[in-house]
Design a protein around this ligand. Structure first.
Ligand SMILES: Cc1ncc(COP(=O)(O)O)c(C=O)c1O
Length: 352
């Protein structure tokens, strides 16, 4: 069992949402989700369903490549491999295409997303881009609240897809945007479908149903450690549960920023933020704490040495994965890289 203490990291289990949704409750919905899109008697309009079933863009979501890192891994034992899952190659540019697709499918199936209603959510960017892309493809309005300091590229992309934006106080992070959305939904519930990726079981189920099985198949069941950043926790919960069902010994490492104001978009500082209801800290073996400087430096190295232009949270995931891999004599470590670097291209650290 791999339980070595890692300097600067701590074991998980410290932060829990007061109403954490139990995995057993989430898991019961799996068969329903697998059938989504096949329903003829759904309360959602047939045109939206037809668009969902026939959209070429929707078929591009998932099935992302898993590639081995060869240059930044110089100090590893020869029997240790570090692979990265390139989620930036989804059509909307991030891992969140999977989440958004499952959330929208389920809302159509249940009749929560109907003509005249806008999809509403709080998002630091990537999930919003995925909603906006699906809204454009399927023809429903998308209204998003996000902190005003989201990268200018992200805001431009959201506008390009035709989403409407509410920019909130950057000092309050994504929590402020979430509170605002809560207010809108409470005052005018019929105008909005609140997608709520932080408590929507469709979020972890997207990863349980797609990302987890892909990683298991791509590693031919040889994966020993899975490393992913924690935002909503959806990726870790879904992939983690799937991998554990295949092999109970797979170790799960969650990545956390070192401080609340960290500039690593997509990651939540769980010690000070609202903990998502879908996140169960007991599933994770260990939390790796990564500084913004380490994450940016690794994003630069990945571009310059591996030819992978990825985002800052992807840099953080590789920092954590390398810490794990360096302690191993034998193993196969997979780090999930949530998005590409293009949305952060204006950040000054690339030129350092
Ligand atoms: C860039 C980036 N990294 C990491 C994450 C974390 O993923 P999750 O919300 O599944 O925990 C996100 C989520 O938005 C993200 O956008």
């Amino acid at each position: 069992m791999f339980r070595t203490h890692i300097l600067g990291d701590h074991v998980s289990g410290d932060y829990t949402h007061p109403d954490t949704i139990k995995w057993s409750e989430i898991r019961t919905n799996v068969s329903k989700y697998r059938q989504i899109g096949a329903h003829q008697r759904s309360p959602a309009p047939l045109t939206l369903h037809r668009a969902l079933q026939t959209s070429p863009v929707v078929t591009l979501i998932g099935h992302t490549p898993l590639v081995r890192l060869t240059r930044v891994t110089e100090a590893l034992s020869p029997a240790v491999a570090l692979y990265v899952k390139l989620e930036g190659l989804n059509p909307g540019g991030s891992v969140k295409d999977r989440t958004a697709l499952f959330i929208v499918r389920e809302a159509l199936r249940k009749g929560d997303l109907v003509p005249g209603r806008a999809l509403l959510d709080a998002t630091s960017g990537n999930t919003g881009i995925a909603y906006a892309m699906l809204g454009a493809v399927l023809g429903f309005p998308v209204l998003l609240a996000l902190p005003a300091d989201a990268s200018p590229e992200r805001i431009q992309i959201l506008r390009a897809y035709g989403a409407q934006l509410i920019l909130t106080d950057p000092a309050a992070g994504t929590d402020d945007a979430r509170h605002l959305v809560h207010e809108l939904v409470t005052t005018e519930p019929d105008r909005y479908f609140h997608a709520d990726q932080y408590s929507n079981p469709a979020n972890p189920l997207a990863h349980y149903t797609t990302t987890g099985p892909e990683i298991w198949q791509q590693t031919k069941g040889q994966i020993t450690h899975f490393v992913a950043g924690l935002g909503t926790g959806g990726t870790m919960m879904g992939v983690g549960h799937y991998l554990r069902e295949q092999n109970h010994g797979v170790q799960l490492v969650g990545v956390q920023p070192a401080s609340p104001q960290n500039g690593i978009e997509g990651l939540k500082h769980l010690a000070t933020a609202d903990v998502p209801a879908i996140y169960d800290p007991n599933l994770v073996d260990r939390i790796a704490v990564v500084s913004t400087e380490e994450a940016c430096a690794m994003a630069r190295r990945l571009a310059r040495q591996e030819g992978l232009f990825v985002g800052v949270s992807a840099g953080a995931a590789v920092v954590a994965a390398l810490r794990v891999a360096r302690k191993l004599v034998q193993g196969l470590v997979v780090a999930l890289l949530p998005d590409g670097g293009f949305k952060y291209a204006s950040a000054p650290f690339w030129a350092e």
